[in-house]
Design a protein around this ligand. Structure first.
Ligand code: UGA
Length: 345
């Protein structure tokens, strides 16, 4: 059955990739809002894509009307870069928590299904080998470590949504992306330190500065997940065959792509060297160490290692990630470097 999908933040990294997949693989209709449309440009005139430029904190009537009109709501608007958690924690709370709570409440009021982006960050400094949606503790640092305001805001919304599920029968799914990466993540032309997540930051660092900074030696580990794997899980969640995703939480991550940030930096440099136009720039790039206090300030605290258990996703969604980190980086680099080379020509 054709579904009407409301995507707030449709021009974001996840929203734009999801829209592309919906257009190509389903008969669903997208109703999307965002402040810009550059990442969904190629789908703007598609008959099943309805886009409006707007801000979720301002254009509330449009949102309420469309929550009523649609079958499924994906509120994807959030600040998700760690540097901003410490620089502007109140904006993170206002947008990631307060603005999204209003939308969740409308889903309750109009009895609509909500698919909410929780985050791998809710597990915080949990020391489990693999983080489990039902049994892992969510471990955050002291209040002065403002980095955790993002994790905490998301965690509280997870708890609110869960409670609405029990008390108001809200039909929800929480999904937790684990360091998704791909072509349209962040903006590599923004050279400002900390304006991106690590993969985009490193690519930009090579291109613009010839210097990669490893925070605290780059020995922290992340499990990087390709955007296409992430989107294939989201399509299964939206499809919700036999209610398989209803009132469940899913880690959407790739435990096979668990690497240290130092290894990531080396991989990115090695791969850039294979593009003739960028070989020299990559060879000249240096890798330096910086302390996290110098890089992010004293309100930062880090996560040592973060590997998802994907047993729930396998069991209920029949989903498993397929794309290796190398292939995912290649897709991302092809997108940026080939575009850049043609712009420079
Ligand atoms: C990210 C963000 O909070 C969110 O995007 C998201 O919810 C979640 O995790 C996710 O995508 O799963 P984090 O992985 O810490 O958090 O974000 P990055 O900025 O990508 O940093 C990863 C690691 O690289 C950190 O240890 C950081 O200190 C390090 N890093 C970052 C460097 O060593 N050098 C840099 O220039 C930038």
């Amino acid at each position: 059955m054709s579904q009407k999908i409301l995507i707030l933040g449709v021009n974001g990294f996840i929203g734009s990739a999801l829209t592309e997949a919906i257009v190509n693989k389903t008969d669903w209709e997208v109703y999307g809002m965002d402040m810009a449309n550059d990442k969904i440009e190629s789908n703007l005139s598609h008959p099943r894509v309805n886009f409006v430029e707007g801000d979720i904190t301002i254009n509330k009537e449009w949102i309420e009307y469309h929550v009523k009109k649609c079958d499924v709501v994906l509120p994807l608007v959030a600040i998700a870069t760690p540097a901003l958690y410490v620089q502007d924690p109140l904006r993170v709370f206002e947008l990631d928590f307060e603005a999204n709570l209003e939308i969740v409440r409308q889903c309750v009021r109009y009895n609509k299904r909500v698919i909410f982006p929780s985050t791998s960050e809710v597990y915080g400094m949990c020391e489990d080998e693999a983080f489990n949606e039902e049994t892992s503790n969510l471990v955050l640092g002291p209040i002065e470590k403002q980095r955790w305001i993002y994790s905490c805001s998301k965690q509280l919304l997870d708890r609110v949504i869960y409670a609405y599920g029990i008390h108001n029968n809200l039909n929800y799914t929480l999904f937790r992306p684990f360091n998704w990466l791909g072509p349209k993540l962040d903006n590599i032309n923004s050279t400002k330190e900390g304006s991106s997540r690590v993969v985009t930051q490193f690519i930009a660092d090579v291109l613009h500065k010839g210097e990669i900074k490893l925070v605290d030696g780059g020995n922290r580990r992340r499990s990087f997940t390709d955007i296409d794997d992430g989107i294939s899980a989201l399509l299964k969640i939206i499809e919700n065959k036999d209610g398989c995703a209803t009132r469940r939480i899913f880690n959407i991550g790739n435990p096979f792509n668990d690497v240290s940030i130092k290894e990531l930096a080396e991989l990115i440099l090695d791969q850039i060297k294979t593009y003739p136009a960028y070989k020299e720039i990559a060879e000249k790039t240096t890798i330096i160490n910086v302390g996290s206090e110098d890089y992010y300030g004293s309100h930062y605290q880090d996560i040592a290692r973060r590997v998802p258990s994907i047993e729930n996703s396998k069991k209920f969604l029949g989903w498993e990630p397929k794309v290796s980190l190398k292939d995912s980086l290649k897709k991302t680099l092809d997108y940026h470097l080939e575009r850049r080379t043609s712009e420079l020509d």
